[in-house]
Design a protein around this ligand. Structure first.
Ligand code: NI
Length: 667
């Protein structure tokens, strides 16, 4: 469905993948492989060195503004290199275009404030081997009567949080919890071995300690969820088919997408996953860049097995590296355009992730409607949205990241959480203040999924200002003689510290991003509103270590002055970090943001007190926000949407509400 790509504007770098044509295009496989060669030639990537993270080093806004189509692009890569023999970490910037290492610096994970690079896939296997060869772990399994379950045991490798244990400081630690499987194809998550925790150093490959607490039985119920396991599928659902006989309404040229009034560029990297660049409505800038660069999943359980759990799925595990190749199964209906992406494997070789980003159009019910007495009668138009999405699987959980663009100028971000809830074992029928029994003997601890979106806003350009808008009640009296009156307040958030805000649904709080220079038909600044949706902030105590590490999750809103490289709400290496990195660091200078190039950071998410219906697989739960034009457009921009026709509908239906025994119109 894509247009024919423009002729190659740049010399091929090597390999068969198409070269980048725009500075914001995602990394190609050839670029990643070339970067690896350059690093090897520079002596930085020897046998024991691995690549925990490899990302595009994106062009600065000045470079972008200066770039002309058809001219050369300096394509740079930011590679984190870790020597698995010593733990030594080098961060290198490589110019693929110029074939050189541009800069390098050492990051010493042993020097405060610490912070370990992202986990390698090979470390998960290594951790399991270390556990299974540990005499203490084997003794604990034998003591529990599980000696014949050792071979099929699943040793889940988990980020350790930051608990300040002296024997862990500066070390590359992973913790392992044990789950049992009945067979190779069994689902381990249903059979937790409660209270058995192994602490591992991944550089020295030694067990730092084994905790063996309590003797709760392993739950025996099945966690299987395939059709074979759950029994015959129901036959009552009739097919729904989405037909687009004339094809989709979008046009694709490389990474550039045009759909109705919208245009944007699709980006993707190993850490953030999907990135949207240069989002415009009617060719007017709205967002320079948008992504969800971090999320944290803190657990609210005091047990030794889980009190430390606070996964950073982007910063510790890399969402993009764990993204699903949707050729294996896609959830989208209709005419779909897929985008591939490339990430680096543990050794820095390019890996193609086919069909990682899914784009399609969806009917979305009524866009606008009115029924007028008299000759005008009923007028209705149908809403449609462009959906750009990807899914990542991190261990037991699956996360979908969906961006929706609407005909009325609105943007919606929706995160979808599904997969298998993380559980422990308990005495059936017992009560815990921190975990709910969701199947016999299966206890799911309370936890949160707190996402942080980064919105590099650009409302009609980069000179923007931020205003908090609240509905305001007026006491009965001279200003409100009948008691009915209310108004609204507009409070400028002029510095980075003023802009650290908490949402308040009781006053319909929104955050307005205004152009500092352009006005609309009424003379007001053109603007967009960020509409937060009701969501709890971090429930952990402000004095906890997770509150320091996930400071971003203690406010719904942050805003910072744009600075290249400030991309990560929890810092570059949240793993084993003592806290204070990311947003607290970025905003420490309390820079002025009024009329500046502004970046918004929005925390949203889910607080889960799990239920029986979440077992064995959790139905999708949703969290997100809206970003809607507010005086950006002089009139409803979707007045010219044509009346819909059901002419293409099958089964002999003769048009919307045109007859028949069932009305298929826009209600
Ligand atoms: Ni959950």
């Amino acid at each position: 469905m894509s247009h024919t790509p423009a002729p190659h504007l740049l010399p091929l770098i090597g390999g068969s993948a198409a070269p980048a044509q725009h500075p914001l295009d995602p990394l190609t496989g050839a670029e990643i492989d070339r970067a690896r060669e350059i690093l090897v030639d520079a002596g930085l990537l020897g046998d024991s060195v691995r690549v925990p993270m490899l990302l595009p080093d994106e062009p600065t806004k000045t470079e972008l503004a200066d770039w002309q189509p058809g001219t050369a692009i300096d394509r740079r890569i930011d590679a984190t290199l870790m020597d698995t023999a010593t733990g030594k970490v080098i961060e290198a910037i490589v110019s693929v275009t110029h074939g050189e290492v541009v800069s390098q610096r050492e990051h010493d994970p042993a020097i405060a404030p610490y912070g370990q690079p992202q986990y390698l896939f090979e470390e998960y296997d290594r951790a399991a081997e270390i556990v299974k060869s540990s005499p203490e772990w084997r003794a604990a399994m034998v003591r529990r009567g599980l000696e014949d379950r050792i071979d099929l045991a699943f040793c889940s490798p988990l980020a350790p949080g930051f608990v300040g244990r002296e024997n862990e400081v500066g070390r590359r630690v992973i913790r392992s919890l044990t789950f049992l499987r009945d067979s190779e194809d069994d689902i381990p998550w249903a059979h937790p071995v409660e209270g058995l925790i192994v602490h591992i150093d991944l550089i020295t490959n030694e067990v730092l300690g084994v905790e063996d607490e309590g003797d709760v039985s392993v739950p025996g119920g099945s966690g299987r969820y395939t059709s074979e396991a759950v029994g015959p599928a129901r036959e009552s659902l009739k097919p729904i088919e989405i037909v687009q006989p004339e094809g989709p309404s979008f046009h694709v040229d490389g990474s550039h997408v045009q759909w109705e009034n919208w245009s944007l560029r699709i980006g993707f990297n190993a850490r953030e996953g999907l990135v949207l660049n240069d989002v415009r409505f009617d060719d007017r800038p709205v967002l320079a860049r948008a992504s969800v660069p971090e999320m944290v999943v803190p657990y609210g359980d005091t047990s030794p097995t889980r009190f430390w759990i606070s996964y950073f799925d982007a910063g510790e595990y890399l969402l993009g590296k764990n993204a699903n190749a949707l050729e294996l199964g896609c959830d989208c209906l209709g005419v779909i355009k897929y985008f591939d992406a490339h990430v680096a494997d543990d050794r820095g070789h390019a890996v193609r992730v086919p069909n990682v980003v899914c784009m399609h159009e969806e009917d979305y019910g009524v866009l606008w409607k009115h029924t007028e007495q008299g000759p005008v009668g009923a007028q209705v138009r149908r809403s449609r949205r462009l959906v750009v999405s990807y899914f990542a699987t991190v261990g037991n959980y699956d996360y979908g990241f969906y961006w929706y663009f609407y005909l009325d100028g609105s943007i919606q971000m929706e995160a979808k959480a599904t997969g298998i809830v993380f559980v422990g074992a308990g005495e059936p029928g017992s009560k815990s203040p921190h975990a709910n029994e969701i199947a016999p003997g299966v206890f799911a601890p309370v936890h949160q999924h707190l996402f942080c979106a980064r919105l590099d806003v650009a409302i009609d350009g980069e000179d923007n200002r931020l205003v908090e808008v609240d509905a305001v009640r007026i006491p009965m009296g001279e200003q409100n003689p009948f008691g009915n009156a209310f108004t609204w307040s507009q409070t400028a958030l002029a510095t980075e510290k003023q802009a650290q805000r908490v949402a308040d649904t009781s006053v319909a709080r929104t955050w307005e991003v205004q152009s500092a220079s352009r006005t609309n038909i009424t003379g007001a600044p053109t603007a967009y509103h960020l509409y937060p949706q009701p969501t709890a902030l971090l429930m952990a105590d402000p004095a906890s270590s997770v509150a320091a590490r996930a400071a971003f999750a203690t406010k719904h809103l942050w805003a910072t002055a744009y600075e290249p490289g400030q991309l990560w709400p929890g810092g570059r290496y949240p793993n084993a970090h003592q806290g204070g990195s990311g947003l607290p660091e970025y905003s420490a200078g309390d820079r002025p943001i009024d009329g500046e190039d502004l970046v918004l950071w929005h925390t949203f998410g889910l607080t889960h007190i799990p239920r029986t219906e979440d077992w064995p697989i959790m139905p999708v739960d949703y969290a997100g926000f809206w970003f809607k034009p507010y005086g950006f457009l002089d009139v409803n921009p979707a007045m010219d949407v044509p009346e819909s026709s059901q002419a293409h509908a099958g089964a002999g239906r003769d048009g919307c509400c045109g007859g028949g025994d069932a009305c298929a119109c826009a209600h």
